[in-house]
Write a new protein. Structure first.
Length: 94
């Protein structure tokens, strides 16, 4: 019984110390003009002031993605850019 309690406490302490490192994430699905998912598209999170890529990911086979936003990233001046070979690049401000 005490081994279980010790394990639970270690888990709780670990979660408390790691919580500040977590930021938010942007989730979505990339679809073409006909509504079909676009697999393996590149999703970039960019800073509009510097045009630097802050983070990136790719879509899965169903066009879905999760783009983590680093915890220390300022809220304003962000842009999500989608690129894929054979498609026009798209970008949207957040």
């Amino acid at each position: 019984m005490s081994r279980i309690i010790k394990s639970v406490w270690l888990l709780v302490i670990g979660l408390l110390f790691s919580a500040p490192g977590f930021g938010q994430s942007i989730k979505g699905t990339v679809k073409d003009s006909t509504g079909k998912p676009v697999p393996y598209a590149t999703i970039n999170l960019k800073n509009t002031a510097t045009n630097n890529i802050i983070n990136y990911t790719i879509t899965d086979t169903k066009g879905a993605y999760i783009l983590p936003v680093p915890a220390d990233t300022p809220v304003s001046g962000l842009l999500v850019e989608v690129r894929c070979i054979g498609y026009k690049n798209q970008s949207r401000g957040i």
